[in-house]
Ligand binder design. Structure first.
Ligand SMILES: CC(=O)N[C@@H](CCC[C@H](N)C(=O)O)C(=O)O
Length: 379
């Protein structure tokens, strides 16, 4: 772990202590607003939107708005790192790097308040990326539309790459996602009377196995797709036949067509369970995120530029099956997202993840130079 010498590493640690779930980022929002309030105000315009923040750094002779987005929320999990600055919120953790993302955004913003460029720069602090999804409602908000940027950039910490490496690609970077919740409703009863009950352990087990056939039997093997069940809840006690089961999961695809096809197959299999087990079933698709599709020319230009700058390694990576609601912004505004190497032993969403903080100043420096270049060019 690096020493506490860099102001934005310090800020990351401050944010790391206070992870909050989507649309509950009250303390986080306050830290962002407090940080902004300590900067010279004459170049800053600030708006809040729900628990998010929009901060505009006014340019010297603006004709366009260049945007930079960070997410803000933490995850509902117990932290198990060795950090001295562990989460102070039980059952909450920044395990997806949003503390890094916010500190980096504030580092870039601070630079431009002190060293303005010609164009306006918009910094979006977006709530609820992990769920239920803040990007789409923020994109549709009046607050955003009033300052709608012409281009938009973002990064995500990348545990698989060493510090000093960035990885991205023109085109699809992150998958389409849909959450999946299936409730099965049968009849509970005494363990000794199976014929008078309708056991949802058996129905849920059958369904879990059948769902796994969708990817292996119904999807083109060359078209990547995932159906993961992350949580199954059934029963209360060893001698009670449970009449209710809940299966929770996520679907990931690299095309919208595959997403629709998988949902169609899920509906069909669930209907089969209803018929076969004489139970009722309800499906809820939860939050859906569209793919993160990097604008090809801009992304290629960024990768070429970063290679010539020579201080970071640039990798053209494959698509990831992770989801990111930043994709909604990129459906309407040209831009890109990239992975920032933070080289960790444990991956994203792991309770022991300790991303390397040396990546924070590297990212601030890189994106400061990129935004300066874009703000001074005609595109
Ligand atoms: C980068 C990352 O880990 N993103 C999350 C986004 C959540 C997607 C959605 N709520 C779902 O689970 O379907 C991810 O899990 O990929």
């Amino acid at each position: 772990m690096v020493a506490l010498t860099h102001p934005f590493i310090n800020l990351r640690r401050q944010l790391h202590r206070i992870p909050e779930l989507g649309f509950e980022e009250f303390k986080t929002q306050q830290v962002i607003l407090d940080t902004l309030s300590r900067l010279p105000q004459h170049r800053l315009e600030i708006k809040t939107w729900r628990t998010g923040v929009l901060a505009k750094v006014k340019g010297t002779a603006p004709t366009r708005i260049l945007g930079y987005r960070t997410d803000m929320d933490g995850l509902p999990m117990e932290e198990e790192t060795n950090y001295a600055f562990r989460s102070e919120h039980p059952g909450r953790m920044h395990a997806c790097g949003h503390d890094f993302h916010m500190a980096i955004a504030l580092g870039i913003l601070t630079h431009f308040v002190e060293h303005p460029v010609k164009e306006d720069l918009l910094f979006l602090f977006q709530p609820a990326e992990e769920g239920p999804g803040g990007a789409l409602p923020m994109l549709q908000s009046e607050a955003f539309q009033e300052w709608r940027p012409d281009v938009l950039f973002a990064l995500h910490i990348g545990p698989d790459w060493p510090v000093g490496t960035i990885a991205t690609r023109p085109g699809i970077l992150f998958a389409n996602t849909s959450e999946l919740y299936i409730d099965l409703i049968g009849t509970s009863g005494h363990a000794s009377l199976p014929h008078r009950s309708n056991d949802m352990v058996i129905a849920a087990s059958q369904l879990a196995m059948q769902l796994q056939t969708i990817i292996s039997r119904n999807i083109d093997p060359l078209d990547a797709a995932i159906l993961t069940l992350g949580k199954v809840t059934i029963g209360t006690r060893q001698n009670i036949i449970p009449g209710k089961a809940r299966l929770e999961g996520t679907i990931r695809t690299l095309s919208l067509e595959s997403m629709e096809h998988i949902k169609h197959r899920i509906r069909t299999l669930v209907q089969g369970i209803e018929t076969g087990f004489n139970c009722k079933a309800e499906i809820d698709w939860g939050a859906n995120y569209c793919q993160v599709e990097n604008q090809a020319d801009l992304t290629q230009a960024f990768m070429d530029w970063a290679r010539t700058e020579g201080d970071v390694q640039v990798v053209e990576c494959r698509e990831a099956m992770a989801g990111e609601d930043f994709g909604y912004f990129l459906q309407e505004i040209p831009g890109f997202m990239f992975w920032l190497g933070v080289e960790t032993t444990y991956g994203l969403h792991h309770p022991q993840i300790e991303p390397k903080e040396e990546a924070i100043p590297i990212a601030i420096d890189l994106m400061t130079r990129w935004l300066r270049k874009k703000a001074n060019s005609s595109y």
